[in-house]
Design a protein around this ligand. Structure first.
Ligand code: VG1
Ligand code: CO
Length: 544
C-alpha cells in the first residue's frame, strides 16, 4: 500500500462549534485544510485500528471530493472498514443508526446542516462516537488542540472509489463498503411505528400530507419510506432530489426558509399535514392546515402522546430539552411523574442521558426532536411520530395541539435571530449582559419582575463534566423567560439568538399571535441588551 506522509502547517481556526466544524467552502478547499482536520480527529482517538468507520454526508457541494479524501486517509491510518452511503449520501440520523447497528467505532458526517450550500456556501464536518452521537466536548476539545499542533497527515495513493455502485472493494488493506443509504434506517423506523396504520391513513384518499425535503438529504428517505413503504400518493414529497446547492435555498425548515411548504399548507383546502426537514435530515418542522406547531410544543405533544406509538407504549423513562427550549415538556413530565433534564444547546449534551437510560425523548426549540432510538435528532422520525399519533387519534394537527394547551396551558414561544451581525458589537452585547446580570434580580420592567438572571452552566449528571457560558437567562417571577446566546454554527460574523417565552394557563387566551403575546418581553429584551443599537438592525432576520 502506497502510504504518503504529507507535512503540513496547523490552521488556527479549526475549533468545532455547536455541531462540528463549519466553514465556507473556499476555506475547506484550501490546501490541506480538510486533511488536517480529519487527521486531528484520528489522532485524538485510540483503538480504531482494524475497526469500522461510517461515512456519509448531506450531498452538498464538495461532499464527494471530501469523501474520497477521507476514505484514503482512513485507509492510511489503519481503519479496517468504512461503510459509506451510496452516492456519498447519508442523513445525520441514518449515520447514527448505522454506527449503532454495525457496532462501528465511530462516524464522520459531512454537513453544514441548515446552512446554504454550493461553491460559495458552507461545508462542515463532524465526528460521532461509537454510541452514534456527536462527540462530546472533551473529544471536540482534543481535536481542536491537536489541530493547532499538527505537523502532518497520512493518505494513500489510490484511484477514487465509485460511490454510486453498491458493494465492497479494497482500498489498501481497508474494505470500502458502499451501502444503501436508507435500508437500515427504514428498518429502524418500521420497528418503532405502526406502519400499517400510518399507511392506511396516507393512502385513504381522505388525508393529504406534504413533505418538503428542501432539495436536501432526506429526499431518498422520504421517497422510500413515505411514498413506497407507506403508500402516500406520488407528489406527497416535494423538492425530493438532493442538490449540491439545495436549489439555491437555505435548507432550514422554518416559516421563512421552507416557503414552498408554508404556501401549500396555508392555501384554501390545503393538505392536512405538512412537514419539512433540513440539509442533513435531523430537523423537522410540523404544520397542520393553516397551523404551525412550535418545535417546543411538538416535543411536548409527542411526550404526552407517546403511549399511542408502539415503540414508546411502555412509557418514557424521562425527557430532556435544551435550556432555551420552552418549558411545555416540563409540564408533561411533571404530570406523568418522570424527570425532565435541561441541557445546553446542541445534541451532544443529550448523549449521556440517553446512554444512561435517563431520558427517552429529547428536543430543542431549533426544530430538533428525537429519542433513544439513535443519538442524533431525527427529522423524519418526528414526522412519522406525528403521523402515527394522527392515525390513532383521527384528529387534526390543530385539534391535537389545542387540546394539549387546554390540558397543560400554553407556553407562548418565539425565537428571534439576528443573522450575520458584526462580531465585535455582538460580543459587546453579550459582555454587557454578563456584567449587568447580577444587578437585575428584583428589578421591575412594567409588570415583570426579575426573579433570577445568570449565564447558564451545566453539570452533566452522568460524568460530572461542566459546560459554562451557555446563554444568558433572565427569568421573571411569573415564569416568563428571556434568553440570549450567540450561535455556534454560523460562518459569517455573529448570529444573535433571542429566545422568548411566557406561560398562559387560561384557555380563553390561547389564540393570540405569539409575537403579540410576547410583545412586552420583546421590548424588555431590547431595553436590557440594546439589541437594536448594538446590532444596527431594527428587526430580526428570522422569527420562528
Ligand atoms: C443551532 C441550534 C441548536 C442545534 C444546532 C445544530 O445551533 O440552535 O439547537 O443543535 O444548530 O443543529 P446554534 O449554536 O447556531 O444556535 V443542525 O441541524 O445545524 O446540525
Ligand atoms: Co441539521
Amino acid at each position: 500500500m502506497n502510504i504518503h506522509s504529507i507535512s503540513t502547517q496547523p490552521f488556527t481556526d479549526q475549533k468545532p462549534g455547536t455541531s462540528g466544524l463549519r466553514k465556507q467552502v473556499p476555506v475547506f478547499q484550501q490546501r490541506h485544510y480538510l486533511e488536517n482536520f480529519v487527521q486531528s480527529i484520528f489522532d485524538s482517538l485510540e483503538g480504531y485500528q482494524g475497526q469500522t468507520l461510517v461515512l456519509g454526508g448531506d450531498g452538498r457541494y464538495y461532499n464527494r471530493q471530501a469523501i474520497q479524501i477521507i476514505l484514503k486517509m482512513a485507509a492510511a491510518n489503519g481503519f479496517g472498514r468504512v461503510l459509506v452511503g451510496q452516492g456519498g449520501i447519508m442523513s445525520t440520523p441514518a449515520v447514527s443508526c448505522v454506527i449503532r447497528k454495525h457496532q462501528a467505532f465511530g462516524g464522520i458526517i459531512l454537513s453544514a446542516s441548515h446552512n446554504p450550500g454550493g461553491p460559495e456556501g458552507d461545508f462542515g464536518i463532524k465526528y460521532n462516537i461509537s454510541n452514534g452521537g456527536p462527540a462530546p466536548e472533551k473529544v471536540t476539545s482534543a481535536i481542536y488542540d491537536r489541530s493547532k499542533a499538527i505537523e502532518g497527515y497520512k493518505i494513500i495513493e489510490a484511484a477514487d472509489r465509485d460511490l454510486d455502485k453498491l458493494g465492497s472493494s479494497q482500498l489498501g488493506t481497508m474494505t470500502v463498503e458502499v451501502i444503501d443509504s436508507v435500508a437500515d434506517y427504514a428498518q429502524l423506523m418500521e420497528s418503532l411505528f405502526d406502519f400499517d396504520r400510518i399507511s392506511e391513513l396516507l393512502s385513504s384518499g381522505k388525508f393529504r400530507a406534504c413533505m418538503d425535503s428542501m432539495h436536501a438529504v432526506t429526499g431518498p428517505y422520504t421517497h422510500a419510506i413515505l411514498q413506497q413503504r407507506l403508500r402516500a400518493p406520488a407528489g406527497t414529497v416535494i423538492n425530493g432530489t438532493p442538490l449540491e446547492d439545495f436549489g439555491g435555498g437555505h435548507p432550514d425548515p422554518n416559516l421563512v426558509y421552507a416557503r414552498d411548504l408554508v404556501e401549500i399548507l396555508y392555501k384554501e383546502n390545503g393538505p392536512d399535514f405538512g412537514a419539512a426537514s433540513d440539509g442533513d435530515g435531523d430537523r423537522n418542522m410540523i404544520l397542520g392546515r393553516k397551523f404551525f406547531v412550535t418545535p417546543s410544543d411538538s416535543l411536548a405533544v409527542l411526550a404526552a402522546n407517546a403511549k399511542l406509538v408502539p415503540g414508546y407504549s411502555a412509557g418514557l423513562a424521562g425527557v430532556a430539552r435544551s435550556m432555551p427550549t420552552s418549558q411545555a415538556v416540563d409540564r408533561v413530565a411533571a404530570q406523568i411523574g418522570i424527570d425532565c433534564y435541561e441541557t445546553p444547546t446542541g445534541w451532544k449534551f443529550f448523549g449521556n442521558l440517553l446512554d444512561a437510560g435517563k431520558a427517552t425523548l429529547c428536543g430543542e426549540e431549533s426544530f430538533g426532536t428525537s429519542s433513544n432510538h439513535v443519538r442524533e435528532k431525527d427529522g423524519l422520525w418526528a414526522v412519522l411520530f406525528w403521523l402515527n399519533i394522527l392515525a390513532v387519534k383521527q384528529q387534526s394537527v390543530e385539534q391535537i395541539v389545542k387540546e394539549f394547551w387546554q390540558t397543560y396551558g400554553r407556553n407562548y414561544y418565539s425565537r428571534h435571530d439576528y443573522e450575520g451581525v458584526e462580531t465585535d458589537p455582538a460580543n459587546t452585547l453579550m459582555a454587557n449582559l454578563r456584567s449587568k446580570m447580577s444587578d437585575l434580580k428584583g428589578q421591575k420592567f412594567g409588570e415583570y419582575e426579575v426573579e433570577y438572571s445568570d449565564d447558564f452552566s451545566y453539570t452533566d449528571p452522568i460524568d460530572g463534566s461542566i459546560s459554562q457560558k451557555q446563554g444568558i437567562r433572565i427569568g421573571f417571577t411569573d415564569g416568563s423567560r428571556i434568553v440570549y446566546r450567540l450561535s455556534g454554527t454560523g460562518t459569517k460574523g455573529a448570529t444573535l439568538r433571542l429566545y422568548l417565552e411566557s406561560y398562559e394557563p387560561d384557555s380563553a387566551n390561547h389564540d393570540k399571535d405569539p409575537q403579540q403575546a410576547l410583545a412586552s418581553l420583546i421590548t424588555i429584551a431590547d431595553e436590557v441588551a440594546q439589541i437594536r443599537t448594538l446590532t444596527g438592525r431594527d428587526k430580526p432576520t428570522v422569527i420562528t
